[in-house]
Design a protein around this ligand. Structure first.
Ligand code: F0G
Length: 420
């Protein structure tokens, strides 16, 4: 069973480099961080996490964006575009409609390539430079491939992306394409793409930058740090709950690691840790199933389907890190229908916040949990919106108004307007 306990007084093992090492959450073995290229434990196959001989504190942070938090990261700086420092919108109408004390929308779609993946890539590609690899690769439902292509281009390293054919939104493919990734469309779903790319990585063909790579999650921790700091500034306290869409459960795992480290460092009381609340689409909900059934790990769903193609995932590889995060923080997981997701997308759009379908799952899930009484009216809640509206222009157009054709004159326009 995974053990995610952080030692009170961390001491670097012999294998550490610059106070950083990789720790297996299953068997406890420590591994050198930048010698051999490994993604999972060589002994037992368990997931690895980056460990440090120090814990971060709010006073350590300085500057802006992901690298403001370098006290919590393996390097001082990385390949940057730059990323992070995303808005934490207020959404007053949605807040009173859903009925919580404070609702804030952390819009990760405002990162350079339009999703939170940039936070992981700025760190992951920095590590790739350290390792001296010459090809980066990922499987993707779209956003990871867009981020990898852009950061790989920035670093001057070749990129290879494997996508499920016909199931990736247009904006994301356009990004990977223009940033010059080699794009392979696999006749299978995301989970098969990840199986293949993991095998390519194991055979030394490329450096894997999916969220199985523990360094990606280090960058994504900074979402949590930004939220904690902003809440402290605005309200003098931390949010009760963070609601987020879940696919591979990388973000859930990253947020939990952020909280564990801040607790270990003493700046966050265990009682103040926000409840991690995951939302999946009904057609791809193995994490929700695991939470509801009390499973220690998820059971793979072979057939997955949802309008939220970004989270069309049946085998969340980070589940052993993320399930304890949901459970230990007192959170939960909930599934929402595609119609509820589209309603959430419209509700956010009505506040001026444009997101792709997967992102709207957070709002749809919050609404559902509020209606069922799981979320209280006195809660301060942050919904994470993970990707920008323009990522999936087809979904946006389908959810929005249809354009009306009109004649080429003011009269024709006035006539049409008068009809309504
Ligand atoms: N939201 C969006 C917009 C995403 O692109 C993803 C994942 C998630 C949520 C889920 O995050 O995996 O950390 O639970 N997209 C990956 C990709 C799988 O390939 O772009 P997670």
């Amino acid at each position: 069973m995974a053990d995610l306990t952080l030692p009170d007084d961390p001491e670097a093992p012999d294998v550490a480099e610059g106070g950083v090492w990789l720790h297996c959450i299953e068997c406890g073995q420590d591994h050198p961080p930048f010698d051999d290229i490994i993604y999972t434990c060589e002994t037992c196959g368990g997931l690895l996490e980056a460990r440090y001989d120090r814990y971060p504190a709010f006073d350590d942070f300085d500057g802006s964006g992901v690298w403001r938090y370098n006290a919590a990261l393996p390097f001082e700086e990385g390949v940057t575009l730059p990323e992070g420092n995303t808005p934490l919108h207020r959404a007053p109408r949605l807040e009173s409609d859903i009925g919580v004390r404070n609702l804030r929308i952390k819009h990760e779609g405002m990162n350079p390539t339009g999703s939170f993946k940039d936070r992981g890539m700025t760190v992951g590609v920095r590590v790739a430079e350290e390792l001296g690899v010459d090809r980066l690769a990922c499987a993707s439902t779209g956003n990871t491939s867009a981020a990898l292509a852009a950061y790989g281009a920035r670093a001057g390293v070749q990129t290879l992306v494997l996508l499920p054919a016909g199931k990736v939104a247009a904006g994301k493919i356009a990004q990977a394409s223009l940033h010059n990734a080699r794009i392979l469309e696999v006749d299978g779903n995301f989970d098969s793409c990840l199986d293949i790319v993991q095998e390519l990585a194991d055979r030394g063909e490329a450096y894997l930058l999916n969220s199985l790579n523990p360094f990606r999650l280090e960058g994504q921790k900074t979402i949590g740090l930004e939220i904690l700091e902003a809440f402290l500034d605005d309200y003098g306290r931390f949010p009760d709950r963070i609601v987020l869409p879940v696919g591979n459960a990388g973000n859930t795992a990253a947020l939990y690691k952020c909280f564990r480290e801040m607790v270990a460092g003493g700046d966050l009381s265990p009682d103040d840790v926000p409840k991690l609340t995951g939302v999946q689409a009904e057609g791809a909900a193995p994490m929700v199933e695991a939470i509801e059934e009390g499973y220690e790990d998820t059971r793979r769903w072979d057939d997955v389907e949802t309008i939220a193609t970004a989270i069309r995932i049946g085998n969340p590889v980070n589940a052993p890190k993320a399930l304890p995060g949901i459970r230990e923080t007192g959170g939960t997981a909930v599934a929402v229908s595609d119609d509820e997701i589209t309603d959430g997308q419209r509700a956010l759009a009505a506040e001026g916040i444009g997101v792709e379908p997967a992102s709207a799952a957070s709002v749809a899930g919050l609404r559902k949990l509020r209606e069922s009484g799981v979320v209280g009216s006195d809660e301060d809640v942050v919904c994470l919106t993970t990707g920008h509206l323009l990522k999936d222009p087809d979904a946006a157009a389908a959810a929005g108004n249809d354009p009306d054709p009109v004649g080429n004159s003011t009269e024709a326009v006035l006539e049409l307007l008068a009809e309504e």
